[in-house]
Design a protein around this ligand. Structure first.
Ligand code: ADP
Ligand code: MG
Ligand code: MG
Length: 887
């Protein structure tokens, strides 16, 4: 016969903590606490299998259920010497729902079940406290009517208010036994009026009504929506717990409370909680009365006068502290608990692993590992990698006042304050003068990059989470609020407005890229703490991970940040960003707009020393760590002048006329630039561009080796390769350039030549391409675009709905599409290595910093991931967790 009912209490239980699937979280932990010998009121758990049975069988329960429940109730009756439904000595119970994971939306708990017009008298006589008995009864009628029978609770609250008004009193506590008796009668009448049926008096009818309501609530809309949002399967079902009541509302020596065994916001090893004297159930969180602090320390810190539990009930508090210690030791984790004190005796009603902030998670994991409660491996698994993001950036001081100006999307985390400026050049100039600025633009383009770099943060009126501003800011680790739609920015006039409030150039504002809030004035920020616990956890993580973690960094500044975060090399150094800075853009434009080879070469001559000096700096900072440099990738038109004045600048620089240049620019127009004349196609058709880049790389490497004595091994990466031929041709030219530089300087460096795998054909033909490559780096941004056939820049219009409708489980640009794009990666790995067993394999692109994608890369057998500097710690931790979880 199937066991549908599990019992707990009196130091024993049928269930255990690891039976959450069957007993739900609450039931499993009640059983565990009972077995531990903690004071738990006896009870029973109806399993989640009953829920499944109920829905599979047209809302019928298994036939054996009634008998099993009855038997369990009889056991509780024996244990407590009270009888369910008995007039003189009634057993009362609570009926509590409990899914595997805590789930708002499920049925609320019903307390004091078993009371009726007769048993209430027995309760009054037995307890010697009539007020308590009638208060409990009215609570029961109120809850049961609301939760089980669907009579809205405001009806009852209204009746209480009217009654108090008639008496001329303000507080519930001023009502006595008679008042609650009268109100109980009114409550019943109200329910009958609403339903056309009397309030159920039979205890067993009440019980099955409540059990049915719990199972019924599994499928109500609220619960379904919550499950969908949190990926909880419909099939799980909920358990039902029926538990003997204990009473926190029996007078001054009784209380109810909630507590965490450590501070859930800071992680400090201090009890944290609240309690209310002479109260029941949810009173603490309901906000009817102000709860009191658990500890003296917390009370003093809060400047509160009402005594803490530590002070008012020192003995029970002592017991509670012992229970906390016992629970932590047993579960080896911070616990979130619910308790009740009945006439000086402590009862435990719930325990579970407590939710905590990222900061607390980190501190608790490290503290527990250092105290030997958990091992380092467990500590590494305890912190969610994505949550580290909160810790790596400045945050707003939670105590600082804020004046919210407007809201946008939380596009790149971190908080920053500074003067509003509306132009990238201006941002740069002000920053050079030592001012903190926030760059505010309608939207950003590649030409704003220097301004974004100089700014503390970026604010845009248009654009989504994958807009230029958002992507670039995330990459740079700059806080960004994008798409603040109510904002009107007039950059020329140097002013922005929102709902009639003006902010002028130079006015201070604050943005919070974690929430999307924009505030007037400078709100105090707190700097991240990267030493201490953070550093410790990272060291532990590094012991377990197999994947190396590199960074995508284009500037010496990014490179420096990434090294501080523990990057072990550069996986992607894009050379085009270097082209935008200052004077260079003019030389770049000169090259692009040149009529002929000679013109191009002249411009490239100017660029060579600039590129070389960037590489020199990057090689120096990386001190011998590998650096993968990608040759020019984007379509040339991205660098073209747009404004009249820009054309004139270039014309003046090269002594041509602006009209000719404009014609030439128009010739470069492409219908589909993403699939156009870019990547290695530029290298094939304009050999001199990649030759200049190769030369500057080799010259820089040789110079740095000579200067520092440290080995530099540049890895030269050719983008957008589709065929072996392309790479073979370019390889020969790069090698020739190396030989030329070596001959000129009389010095040599080791180097590698490889390619990005970012086209489906390249993944499919990886075994061929590997013939010409020393390494592959999967460029999963473009691979996602080309595999799925969607453009990242245009996807905003439909991608949200695709994710909402579950067509994509997640945004494929955020977390790698494992079924599709991921298969291409695996194919590339397999085929590439079939040609060259020691082919070095990595991934670059936003995915390198996404924990799920990092796990995928570990399983796929890559050597490293590369991500933006601020995500390096996230990748390190995710890689460690992947290695621990997939031995
Ligand atoms: P939730 O899942 O919403 O926390 P619970 O089932 O934990 O709901 O019940 C909420 C509160 O009701 C508990 O914190 C406790 O204060 C009270 N409660 C539940 N069962 C009992 C009981 N048997 N005796 C006394 N109070 C109870
Ligand atoms: Mg609870
Ligand atoms: Mg690419």
């Amino acid at each position: 016969m199937t066991k549908w009912v599990y019992t707990f209490g009196d130091g024993a239980a049928d269930g255990r903590a690891d039976m959450k699937n069957l007993l739900g979280g609450k039931g499993a932990n009640l059983a565990e606490m009972a077995s531990l010998g903690l004071p738990v009121p006896p009870g029973l758990t109806i399993t989640t299998e009953v829920c499944t049975h109920y829905y599979d069988n047209k809302h019928q329960y298994p036939t054996e259920l009634t008998a099993q429940v009855d038997a369990a109730i009889t056991a509780i009756e024996k244990s407590l010497g009270a009888v369910f439904g008995d007039k003189s000595n009634p057993l009362l119970v609570s009926v509590r729902s409990g899914a595997r994971v805590s789930m708002p939306g499920m049925m609320d708990t019903v307390l004091n079940l078993g009371l009726n017009d007769e048993t209430v008298l027995g309760l009054a006589a037995n307890s010697g406290n009539a007020r308590f008995a009638w208060d409990s009864y009215r609570r029961f009628i109120q809850m049961y009517s609301d939760v089980v029978l669907g009579v809205d609770h405001y009806h009852f609250e209204e009746l209480i208010e009217i009654h108090k008004e008639e008496l001329g009193v303000d507080l519930d506590t001023e009502l006595g036994a008679d008042d609650w008796r009268v109100l109980s009668g009114k409550f019943k009448a109200k329910t009958e009026e609403e339903l056309g049926q009397p309030f159920p008096q039979d205890a067993r009818e009440q019980l099955w009504g409540a059990i049915g309501a719990v199972f019924g609530s599994w499928r109500i809309e609220r619960a379904r929506v919550y499950r969908k949002l949190n990926n909880i399967p419909e099939a799980w079902g909920t358990a039902v717990n029926v538990q003997a009541m204990v009473f926190g509302n029996m007078g001054d020596t009784s209380a109810t409370g909630v507590a965490f065994t450590r501070d859930p916001s800071t992680g400090e090893n201090e009890f944290y909680g609240e309690y209310l004297i002479d109260a029941q159930g949810e009173d603490v969180v309901a906000g009817i009365r102000t709860p009191q602090n658990l500890t003296k320390r917390a009370r003093e810190a809060a400047g509160a006068t009402a005594p803490s539990m530590e002070e008012s009930m020192p003995e029970v508090y002592g017991q509670l502290a012992d229970v906390f210690a016992k629970l932590e030791k047993h579960y080896r984790d911070m616990q979130d608990i619910e308790f009740t004190v009945q006439r000086g005796k402590l009862w435990m009603l719930q325990t579970r692993a407590g939710k905590r902030t990222a900061k607390a998670a980190l501190k608790i994991a490290v503290d527990m590992a250092e105290n030997g409660l958990i091992d380092e491996k467990t500590a590494v698994l305890r912190v969610e990698p994505g949550a580290l993001d909160q810790l790596l950036h400045p945050t707003l001081d939670p105590d600082a006042p804020r004046d919210i100006y407007t809201r946008g999307l939380p596009a790149s985390p971190g908080a920053a304050a500074g003067a509003a400026v509306f132009d990238a050049d201006e941002a740069e100039a002000w920053a050079k003068d030592g001012k903190d600025v926030i760059l505010c633009r309608v939207e950003t383009s590649p030409e704003d990059i220097h301004g974004m770099h100089a700014a503390r943060g970026v604010l845009t009126a248009r654009g989504g989470m994958t807009s230029h501003a958002a992507v670039v800011a995330r990459g740079m680790g700059r806080p960004c609020v994008s798409g603040a739609g109510q904002l009107r920015i007039d950059g020329k006039a140097g002013v922005m407005t929102c709902m009639g409030r003006e902010i002028n150039k130079g006015d201070l504002i604050t943005i919070d890229g974690a929430t999307g809030e924009v505030m007037v004035g400078a709100v105090r920020t707190l700097q991240p703490e990267l030493s201490g616990d953070f550093a410790k956890l990272m060291t532990w993580a590094d012991r377990y991970r197999k994947l190396r973690v590199r960074t995508n960094a284009d500037t010496p500044m990014d490179t420096e940040v990434a090294r501080e975060f523990g990057a072990e090399g550069i996986g992607l150094c894009r050379t085009e960003h270097m082209f935008f800075e200052g004077e260079r853009i003019i030389a770049v434009r000169q090259m692009i707009l040149a009529e002929d080879l000679a013109g191009r070469k002249a411009a490239l001559e100017k660029l060579l020393p600039m590129q070389r000096s960037d590489f020199v700096e990057i090689f120096k900072i990386m001190r011998g760590l590998p650096v993968t440099i990608r040759l020019l990738d984007p379509p040339l038109h991205e660098f073209l002048p747009r404004e009249e004045s820009e054309f004139e600048d270039v014309a003046a620089a090269i002594g041509a006329d602006a009209a000719t240049l404009k014609r030439r620019a128009a010739d470069l127009h492409e219908f589909n630039p993403m699939l156009g004349h870019r990547g290695c196609r530029l290298g094939i058709t304009y050999p001199e561009i990649y030759e200049m880049q190769a030369r500057s790389i080799f010259e820089a490497a040789i110079a740095v080796e000579a200067e520092t004595g440290e080995t530099v091994v540049p890895e030269i990466m050719v983008p957008l390769v589709a065929t072996e031929k392309e790479l073979a041709i370019l390889r020969v030219r790069i090698e020739a350039m190396a030989e030329a530089v070596f001959a000129e300087t009389g010095k040599q460096v080791d180097y590698m030549i490889g390619t990005m795998i970012e086209l489906p054909r390249a993944a499919i033909c990886a075994h061929q391409i590997a013939n010409a490559a020393d390494f592959f780096s999967f460029g999963t941004n473009d691979l996602t675009q080309t595999a799925i056939g969607i453009s990242r820049d245009d996807a905003a219009r439909f991608l949200d709905q695709y994710v909402r409708d579950d067509i994509f489980a997640q945004d494929p640009f955020v977390s790698i599409d494992q079924d599709g794009v991921g298969e291409l990666v695996k194919l590339g790995v397999e085929r590439g290595r079939s040609t060259k067993a020691d082919l070095k394999l990595g991934i670059c692109g936003e995915h390198g910093g996404d924990p799920a994608s990092v796990e995928f890369c570990h399983i796929a057998g890559l050597d490293y991931v590369s991500c933006s500097p601020f995500r390096v710690p996230i990748a390190r931790l995710a890689a460690a967790q992947a290695a621990i979880n997939h031995k």
